[in-house]
Write a protein that binds this ligand. Structure first.
Ligand SMILES: *Cc1c(COP(=O)(O)O)cnc(C)c1O
Length: 352
C-alpha cells in the first residue's frame, strides 16, 4: 500500500489492455508499420547540455515517407470503407503531408483520389509532397484562396462532380469532427505503444514534445492520462489559429473520449500548448527552426522538416536553454514526419 512504489508492471499492463480493448471497438485498417522505434539521441542531448532526449520515430510509420498521419488514417480509412466510398476527396496546402499520406493510403487500397490544394507558401512547385501526390496519380486542383475556411465549398463541389460521374466520394476537409476524433484515437494507440516502450527500456520520461496542431497532442495526452502515466505532453504549434489551441485540443480529446467510452477526460490543464515558435506565419522557416534542422542532422543524422518538427525542436532547444527543463527526466521528442517538404524548401535552408 506504500505510495512510494511505482505502479507494478502487471498493473500497467492491465491498464494498457483495458485501453486497447476500448480502441478495438473502433473499426481500423492496418496501414502503419508499428511499433516505431524509440531511440536515444545522446549526441544531441550532449550538445544541448540538457536532459536525455529520445526520439519516437513516427517519421517511419510508412505510407510514402511516413509521418503522424499514418496512424490516424488507419481509423479514417476504415470509416471510409465502412461507408462504401470509392474516392477520396481531400484538401490542404500544396505541401500537405496529410494529403500525401492519404493519397498513398488510397493507392494501397485501390481508391481514387481527388485533391483540392491551397496554393500556400510554396505554391504549385513540383517538389516534395506535391510531386509525390502527382507521382501517385492523384487528380490535383490548386486554388489560390487566402484561408482554409474557404476550402470546404471547393471540396463539396468536387464531390458533387464525382457523384454525377457515379462515384462515391468521401470528403476529408480541414474541419470535420469525425476525422478529428478518429485521428486522435490513432494517438491514443500511440500512447499505449510508448508506455510499453518506456517499461521495456526501464525509463520514466517526464516530458513528451510534439509538433501538434490538434489530433496528435489530443490523443497522446488523453492516452497517457487514461493509462495513469505521469508524463507532460508539450505541444509546440506550427500554426496560429483563430481559436486558442489548448481549448481546441481539449475539445478534440473530448470527442475521442466519448467515442472510446473512457471515464477520464482531458482539460486544458493536462498538457501544455506553446505557440511561441511559429515565427511570422505557418510554413515560414525561422532562424530557430534552421538551427534545429542543422543540429539534429549534424549530431544525429536525424532529418527534421522545416514546417513542423523543425519548429517543435526549436521549442525544445529553447526550453532547455532557458532552464525550463532543468532537472527534468528523459524527454521524448515525437518526430511527426513531414520529410518530403524539406525538398520544396531547399532555397530556405541557407545552404547555397
Ligand atoms: C499534420 C502534422 C502535424 C500536426 O498533427 P495534428 O494531428 O494536426 O496535431 C505535425 N507534424 C507533421 C509533420 C504533420 O504533418
Amino acid at each position: 500500500m506504500s505510495t512510494a512504489v511505482a505502479p507494478s508492471a502487471p498493473h500497467a499492463a492491465a491498464r494498457r489492455e483495458a485501453l486497447a480493448a476500448r480502441i478495438a471497438t473502433v473499426p481500423r485498417l492496418r496501414l502503419a508499420m508499428l511499433p516505431t522505434p524509440l531511440e536515444p539521441a545522446s549526441r544531441l542531448s550532449a550538445a544541448l547540455g540538457g536532459p536525455e532526449i529520445l526520439i519516437k520515430r513516427d517519421d517511419m510509420t510508412g505510407l510514402a515517407f511516413g509521418g503522424n498521419k499514418t496512424r490516424q488514417l488507419e481509423f479514417i480509412f476504415a470509416d471510409l470503407q465502412a461507408r462504401g466510398c470509392d474516392t477520396l476527396v481531400a484538401g490542404a496546402y500544396t505541401q500537405s503531408n496529410w494529403c500525401r499520406q492519404m493519397t498513398a493510403a488510397a493507392c494501397k487500397l485501390g481508391l481514387g483520389v481527388s485533391l483540392v490544394l491551397v496554393h500556400g507558401e510554396k505554391g504549385p512547385k513540383l517538389q516534395g509532397n506535391l510531386l509525390l501526390d502527382r507521382l501517385m496519380g492523384a487528380s490535383v486542383d490548386i486554388v489560390d484562396i487566402d484561408s482554409m475556411e474557404k476550402l470546404q465549398p471547393h471540396l463539396d463541389a468536387k464531390a458533387e462532380t464525382l457523384r454525377a460521374e457515379g462515384k462515391k466520394p468521401y470528403i476529408v476537409g480541414p474541419f470535420v469532427a469525425n476525422t478529428l476524433e478518429l485521428g486522435a484515437i490513432g494517438y491514443v494507440q500511440c500512447a499505449i505503444e510508448l508506455d510499453e516502450q518506456f517499461e521495456a527500456q526501464g525509463i520514466a520520461p517526464s516530458h513528451l514534445y510534439v509538433c501538434g496542431a490538434n489530433m496528435t497532442p489530443a490523443g497522446l495526452a488523453l492516452g497517457f492520462k487514461a493509462l495513469g502515466r505521469d508524463i507532460r505532453v508539450v505541444g509546440i504549434t506550427p500554426i496560429q489559429w483563430r481559436e486558442d489551441r489548448a481549448t481546441d485540443i481539449a475539445r478534440i480529446a473530448g470527442f475521442a473520449q466519448k467515442r472510446l467510452g473512457l471515464d477520464v477526460g482531458l482539460g486544458t490543464e493536462d498538457f501544455d500548448s506553446d505557440d511561441g515558435y511559429i515565427g511570422p506565419r505557418y510554413g515560414v522557416v525561422t532562424p530557430g527552426c534552421l538551427e534545429a534542422l542543422r543540429l539534429a542532422a549534424s549530431k544525429e543524422g536525424l532529418i527534421l522538416d522545416p514546417v513542423y518538427t523543425g519548429k517543435a525542436m526549436a521549442g525544445l532547444i529553447d526550453h532547455v536553454r532557458s532552464g525550463r527543463l532543468r532537472g527534468a527526466g528523459p524527454v521524448v521528442f515525437l518526430h511527426t514526419g513531414g520529410l518530403p517538404a524539406l525538398f520544396a524548401y531547399a532555397e530556405d535552408l541557407g545552404l547555397e
